[in-house]
Write a protein that binds this ligand. Structure first.
Ligand code: AMP
Length: 592
């Protein structure tokens, strides 16, 4: 096909005319990053000039950067929570945004143990859609022929609630999958999924996963890429196959759908595509009954060219397991986004996970960067076009939906530029100690959980003298491991296994609602484990750190560990192991 490739950049040549348009858009935005940012800020400020929030800071109608930076404070979620609560309670006045807040997106970040509520407006869907529409044109530059087959993507909707004022509160992807943008998307040969909407939109996670897996198996030769949003989700699908392949195989053999799938829309869809296929059933049974599942992904889906999953940030812990099951297929991290705002995309999606950089698209929001070098103490925010290569910053955003100079909490390092738009390596999220799936547990939450659980030890005259933690992802699902060093005053009355098992559950009850939802509704986190270590272990840990150059005066017990020699030391001192036996409480959140 002759393609208009009036695009003189490393991005090219495009696979088709539609891609050429998308790539031109990327070029235009990244060449003019600073001017686009200026326009975006002016647009946000002028359209929201009459909001209560902006009027409070007396911008006097100004929409320029200088006035904005001198008058509007840099904030965190807690600062804007009163306004968010009023909107949630039904106040429809122009508090944050001149455009009506259409719903709340529930972030996996928490505040006081509950999910943060991010305001959004209708048109943000268009902006998200725009970013999605850029992903395949970029991917097609690196992987040819993706229009010759399909993508097996495990996509799910999660539970939604309403605020007291009647607004929906749900995760951003649930909002997107339920939107017409997704449901009635036009046919695009480069973006065909094996999973039907009926399966993706089914709120029952078992039925949804079962039918998505079945469709992926039926069309196994068509599958050219396999994905989920995060690496943990793809591994959960593999685990699901390990547990359910006999039933899936039986359905394929007989051509009839398992009776546990009761959703009428799924049943109707499957009745059209599920036909008896004894040959495939036999193949599946043979592959899945083997003990060794190494490379199972490429055995079942032999034409897979890459895995489409985010493995940057906290998800990097899953890379070895993904490599094991896929025989080392390339891992593509395509985009960087959040409930607050979608930020940008990876212009070199086949790069190694450790080298992934995301290019922030300057049209998505107004971006500022708080220098993060330790000890610099600088509070002067830098604009998108002015960040410096090699430096680390915390991302601060001003969105169309009414967040102004909001600290996202992500630490990014500048790795280079595409035209005049900087590219960022995702370093880490601030204050996150433990993460298995979408959960994020910080140091104070862990501390609180330890305190609550250790109350159960009081009657045994026992206290927790030291602790640390570890996100164990060697099992699927992964789980939290907490190492405890105990001081028992009366050895004749030390806490029993049952008591320590209850301590595990008590810790889980104390963790935030995202953790408990992952445990209870999504089953994406396994039971919490306490490993009691011999007395004196933490002193040995300190000796070890000092032998490696740590200063005695400044030594602090690490509250989370993942360095192999330290893990080995801890594990060699374990005297007993205890797991949570029950599930903690979780219900879809009540919105006060
Ligand atoms: P949420 O609060 O649930 O919307 O999650 C958004 C957060 O997930 C971001 O602020 C990041 O910390 C993390 N995240 C999103 N995309 C990526 C990515 N590509 N790489 C690493 N972390 C990411």
């Amino acid at each position: 096909m002759a393609v208009d490739s009036a695009i003189s950049s490393p991005l090219g040549p495009p696979a088709c005319e539609k891609d050429a348009k998308a790539l031109r858009f990327i070029e235009e935005m990244t060449r003019n990053a600073d001017a686009v940012q200026e326009r975006v800020l002016a647009e946000i400020l002028s359209r929201n000039a009459q909001t209560e929030y902006l009027k409070r800071y007396e911008l006097g109608g100004a929409a320029d950067r200088q006035t904005f930076k001198s008058k509007i404070p840099v904030i965190t979620y807690e600062d804007v929570q009163p306004e968010i609560q009023r909107i949630a309670n039904g106040d429809r006045s122009n508090i944050l945004s001149a455009h009506p807040i259409s719903e709340f997106l529930t972030s996996s970040g928490t505040s006081a143990g509950e999910r943060k509520l991010m305001p959004t407006i209708k048109e943000e869907l268009d902006r998200r859609q725009l970013l999605y529409s850029l992903l395949m044109p970029v991917m097609n530059l690196y992987v040819p022929g993706l229009d010759k087959g399909k993508g097996l993507y495990f996509l799910f909707v999660k539970s939604e609630t309403r605020t007291p004022g009647g607004l929906l509160a749900r995760p951003v992807l649930t909002s997107y999958y339920k939107s017409d943008h997704f449901k009635t998307r036009p046919y695009d040969p480069y973006n065909v999924y094996t999973s039907p909407n009926e399966a993706i939109l089914c709120p029952d996670s078992f039925q949804s996963m079962y039918s998505q897996m079945l469709c992926g198996l039926i069309e196994r030769h068509q599958v050219l890429r396999l994905g989920a949003v995060f690496a943990s989700g793809l591994l959960r699908a593999i685990r699901f196959l390990q547990l359910n392949w006999p039933e899936l195989t039986e359905d394929i053999r007989s051509g009839t759908l398992n009776s546990r799938i009761t959703d009428p829309a799924i049943r109707e869809y499957m009745s059209k595509v599920l036909k008896p296929d004894p040959e495939l059933a036999q193949f599946m049974a043979q592959q899945c009954s083997e003990d060794n599942w190494e490379g199972i992904i490429t055995r079942i889906w032999p034409n897979t060219k890459y895995l489409d999953v985010i493995v940057t940030g906290a998800m990097a812990q899953y890379i070895p397991t993904l490599n094991y099951y896929s025989g080392g297929l390339p891992l593509a991290c395509t985009m960087y986004a959040s409930s607050e705002c979608y930020f940008g995309l990876n212009l070199n999606p086949m790069s190694k996970p450790s080298e992934v950089s995301y290019t922030i698209m300057p049209n998505m929001a107004y971006f500022e960067f708080l220098p993060h070098e330790s000890g610099s103490g600088s509070t002067k925010l830098v604009d998108l076009a002015d960040v410096e290569v090699g430096k680390e910053y915390e991302l601060v955003i001003t969105t169309y939906a009414g967040l102004y100079r909001y600290r996202v909490g992500d630490i990014l390092r500048v790795t280079g530029f595409h035209n005049s738009a900087p590219q960022f390596h995702f370093v880490r999220r601030k204050n996150v100690l433990l993460s298995i799936d979408s959960d994020k547990t910080d140091e104070s939450e862990l501390q609180k959980a330890i305190e609550n659980a250790s109350k159960l030890l009081a009657e045994f005259n026992t206290s927790v003298v030291e602790y640390t933690s570890y996100a164990d992802t060697t099992t699927i699902p992964g789980h939290y491991v907490i190492y405890w060093e105990l001081l028992t005053k009366d050895l004749a009355n030390s806490p029993s296994h049952e008591v320590l098992t209850r301590c595990c559950l008590e810790m889980e009850e104390s963790l935030n609602s995202v953790y408990r939802q992952c445990r209870v509704a999504d089953h994406s986190i396994g039971p919490l484990e306490i490993r009691v270590v011999k007395s004196g272990t933490f002193e040995e840990l300190m000796d070890y750190a000092i032998s490696r150059g740590a200063s005695i005066n400044q030594y602090k017990v690490p509250r989370c560990v993942n360095f192999t020699p330290i893990m080995e030391l801890l594990d060699s001192r374990v005297v007993s192991v205890h797991f949570s036996k029950d599930l903690p409480h979780w219900t879809p959140e009540r919105r006060r």
